[in-house]
Design a protein around this ligand. Structure first.
Ligand SMILES: Cc1ncc(COP(=O)(O)O)c(C=O)c1O
Length: 409
């Protein structure tokens, strides 16, 4: 039951500020939410709910930024991980799960002839760039979307030498002409083109690809004999088993996967065409932790559930029901937001072009949601899990109606 105090969060934050830069680094910093309305530390999660360190419960509409597709504390996945943990999992050599997971991905994923495994999405996208450069012997990378925190793709340039950023050029989503121009300008020099197949930038509404966009990108990459990489860290095992590439029928050369693949356990993958993946043998990609079987056992269990149960269909259906309900609230209240085009990733986005004072309205709206025990991000789209059902949809819609009144009042 929500108590609505944040005292323990604040005490921990005071302690954190003394020993951790900013207290809470990165995207989870309090200033990215609505200060004084959100908790700063969480204690745990179960199914579609999380609990903060003060004992307040929240309906979780963010799911740890996406991984918890099956809901928090999924017993079957945790059991598989525990079994590997008890047998030992940080060993001198890889465990059988390495081979099993690569074989499973080859069965399940449209572009996975071979796989390499890492810990984070940033690892997987960075490995994709390394392989594209090794394979082609070229340097230039064309990129679109968020690909993680590493030097080559940092948003902003603090701490990154100009020599690194000079070889990576950004292009706009859904703009094939710009990509064509860049490929002509750097003819014969482009190692790879990396993009999120769905446009999902921070602090923007999600944008689906235009009717021919992904096919145009594929054709341009082929014409210029450059490696096409889809960053499906967010969309993989979510929009469809085979991610956005299955949904839209365009298969890249390499794909970065993470998040939903393992229900919260740290493992990511780069999968792709054998010919390009084999370039890994001519460079060095390795880490003490990459071959750990624990997270791979969790990924195998997650993929087993996704193959056995109608998880993705259910999430899409529940999401569609939610989307219809949200549209009704928006129509009735006149809340100046746009809604996500993907039911699996709901988002009420306070587009600044729709009204003045949007930032204040947004903060009142999301602050009111948090106060009602609903954890949604003000500037990042949400996610739905297998554990979001009828009760959760009703709770969210009621919360949104109340928050809309508060935002407009
Ligand atoms: C599309 C995309 N690529 C890459 C990443 C980086 O993944 P990670 O945070 O696991 O390093 C993210 C993380 O949000 C992402 O959404």
């Amino acid at each position: 039951m929500a108590k609505n105090t944040r005292l323990e969060s604040q005490k921990l934050f005071e302690r954190a500020r003394a020993v951790i830069p900013g207290g809470v680094p990165g995207i989870r910093a309090p200033e990215n939410f609505v200060e004084d309305a959100y908790p700063i530390f969480l204690a745990g999660g179960s199914g579609a709910y999380v609990t903060d360190v003060d004992g307040n419960d929240y309906l979780d509409m963010l799911l740890g930024y996406g991984p918890m597709l099956l809901g928090h504390a999924c017993q079957e996945v945790d059991h598989a991980a525990n079994t590997r943990q008890q047998a030992g999992f940080c060993l001198n050599l890889p465990q059988p799960e390495l081979v099993m997971l690569a074989e499973r991905l080859a069965e399940l994923h449209p572009c996975a002839e071979q796989s390499l495994f890492f810990k984070t999405g940033s690892d997987a996208t960075s490995a994709a760039i390394r392989l594209a450069r090794t394979h082609t012997g070229r340097d230039i990378v064309l990129r679109c979307g968020y690909h993680g925190w590493h030097d080559w793709c940092l948003e902003g340039d603090a701490g990154v030498p100009a020599a690194v950023t000079e070889s990576v050029i950004e292009f706009g989503y859904n703009d094939p002409d710009q990509l064509r121009d860049l490929l002509l300008k750097y003819q014969g020099q482009v190692a790879g083109v990396i993009l999120t197949p769905v446009g999902h930038d921070f602090d923007a509404q999600i944008e689906p690809p235009g009717a021919h966009y992904l096919r145009d990108v594929r054709a341009l990459a082929d014409e210029h004999e450059t490696v096409l990489i889809f960053d499906e860290v967010r969309t993989g095992f979510r929009l469809a088993m085979g991610g956005a590439q299955e949904l839209y029928g365009v298969i890249p050369d390499l794909t970065a996967l993470g998040k939903a693949m393992s229900n919260g356990y740290p493992v990511s993958a780069l999968v792709g065409r054998r010919e390009i993946m084999e370039a890994a043998r001519r460079t060095f990609i390795s880490s003490t932790y990459f071959p750990n079987g624990l997270s791979m056992a969790a990924a195998l269990a997650t993929l087993e559930i996704l193959a056995r149960e109608p998880v993705l269909t259910q999430i899409a259906q529940v999401g569609q029901q939610l989307a219809t309900g949200l549209q009704t609230v928006v129509d009735e209240t006149g809340l100046p937001v746009t809604l996500s085009p993907y039911p699996q990733m709901p988002f009420l986005y306070f587009d600044r072009s729709l009204a003045s004072d949007q930032d204040q309205r947004r903060d009142r709206f999301y602050g009111t949601l948090a106060q009602q025990g609903i954890f949604a991000h003000p500037r990042h789209h949400g996610f739905l899990s297998w554990r979001h059902g009828q009760a959760e949809i009703e709770r969210f819609l009621e919360g949104v109606s109340n928050a809309a009144r508060s935002a407009l009042g």
